[in-house]
Design a protein around this ligand. Structure first.
Ligand SMILES: O=C(O)CCC(=O)C(=O)O
Length: 399
């Protein structure tokens, strides 16, 4: 497979990379500068062999820094250094390798670009990396279409959850206007399900061409409160085949959860649209949109988020239980550690009355959200979410 590096990318890359020099100096300290400069200079002089070698050193160095200490405290320069070395490594590699290029060769390059995007980088380098990885991915997908025999269409197999009719129901309304949505629900902080505003996805095959060989982060384990829970990076088509369409035991369950997948893989955005009623939430500012793609049986334990949420069900069914914030004293929020927004109660369907005596008195609302429906979860409402089938959801958080 021949890969032609676009002239446009070539001229842009030189300007971008020059503009990054100062940032590295300030954030990463003077000891990194000579090596960074050698990488950049080799690249500009078209000494791609040396650029490839030095970029690998810089990649490893920045990777360690990105994984030391608290994520929020990592200086931006390390992210820039990481993204720059990913970019130089990938483009130099393509220019220098002469051996025949297997699928794994390409997926490694795609993975490097994905890691740069996942770790976070800035414009204009970010757009250049998007362009590069999208080009590589579509060429690779055309040449190595994954597993022709596998249908990426979920079977209709279904877990059942009975909705408690004593609980108050969440109203369902069709095609509501933003003003009515605001007056009747947002102003009263009342959850509502809006139907008829989008169709959703029929099958996962439709999105494989955008993402099959992209690397995505997957949470493996019963849920994020489990001590054995871990995060793994894997190719999207392998994740879908081995975790979404395959039934695994709960401790081996994989969940692509709370990930900004649509920002990492831009072509996927064509399948979603920001809800028009979003402008009515908070100041109307979209904080983030996250993907939640997984098999039947994924659980997000009872927790709160500090944002108003429009939760869209693109595919499959999810059981959702909600508790108003005024029920908090009956819900046993964790008192210490990183998860003070999460309840100690892991399975709301089997709660020990002795340990959690107030829980059964808490008032709640619940529903099964189906494809094409959108649930408004007011900020700080407690929510427990369980998938009843293969499921793909998107949450839009506003402040
Ligand atoms: O779908 C899920 O598993 C959880 C969704 C959620 O917690 C959220 O959107 O805030």
């Amino acid at each position: 497979m021949e890969f032609v590096i676009d002239n446009q990318i070539t001229s842009l890359e030189h300007d971008v990379i020059d503009s990054l020099r100062g940032r590295i100096d300030c954030d990463c300290g003077p000891s990194v500068v000579p090596c960074f400069n050698e990488m950049i200079d080799s690249f500009k002089k078209e000494d791609y062999e040396n650029a490839r070698l030095t970029s690998q050193d810089m990649y490893d160095f920045a990777w360690d820094k990105l994984h030391t200490g608290k994520w929020s405290e990592v200086k931006n320069g390390w992210r820039i250094l990481f993204a720059t070395s990913c970019f130089i490594s990938v483009t130099s590699e393509i220019r220098t390798t002469t051996q025949s290029k297997e699928l794994s060769y390409w997926t490694n390059l795609i993975r490097k670009c994905d890691m740069a995007l996942i770790m976070g980088c800035e414009e204009p380098l970010e757009s250049i990396i998007h362009n590069l990885v999208e080009k590589i991915h579509s060429m690779v997908y055309e040449t190595f279409e994954p597993d022709e025999n596998i249908q990426y269409t979920p079977s209709p197999s279904h877990k059942k959850r009975k909705i408690n009719t004593d609980s108050s129901t969440i109203p369902r309304v069709k095609n509501i206007s933003p003003t009515t949505f605001y007056k009747e629900y947002v102003a009263n902080q009342h959850p509502v399900i809006i139907t008829g505003s989008f169709e959703g996805l029929q099958q996962l095959d439709d999105i494989m061409h955008c993402m099959a060989y992209r690397t995505v982060p997957v949470e493996v384990g019963k849920d994020y409160t489990d001590p054995d829970w871990s995060q793994k990076m894997m190719l999207a088509h392998e994740y879908i085949r081995n975790y979404v369409l395959t039934t695994n035991s709960p401790d081996k369950r994989g969940y692509l959860a709370q990930h900004s997948l649509f920002d990492q893989i831009r072509p996927l955005s064509q399948y979603i649209e920001e809800p028009t009623v979003g402008c009515m939430l908070g100041e109307g500012e979209l904080v983030t949109r996250n993907a939640w793609l997984g098999p039947s049986g994924t659980v997000s334990p009872l927790h709160t988020d500090p944002y108003d949420n429009l939760f869209l069900q693109l595919m499959g069914d999810k059981f959702v239980r909600l508790y108003n914030k005024d029920q908090t004293n009956k819900l046993y929020a964790q008192q210490e550690g990183l998860l003070t927004n999460t309840s100690y109660i892991r399975d709301i369907h089997q709660v020990c009355d002795i340990n959690y005596p107030l829980f059964k008195e808490a008032e709640y609302m619940e529903c099964v959200l189906t494809q094409g429906e959108m649930l408004y979860i007011p900020k700080l409402f407690w929510h427990y979410v369980e998938s009843l089938s293969v499921s793909f959801s998107v949450s839009y958080w506003y402040k």
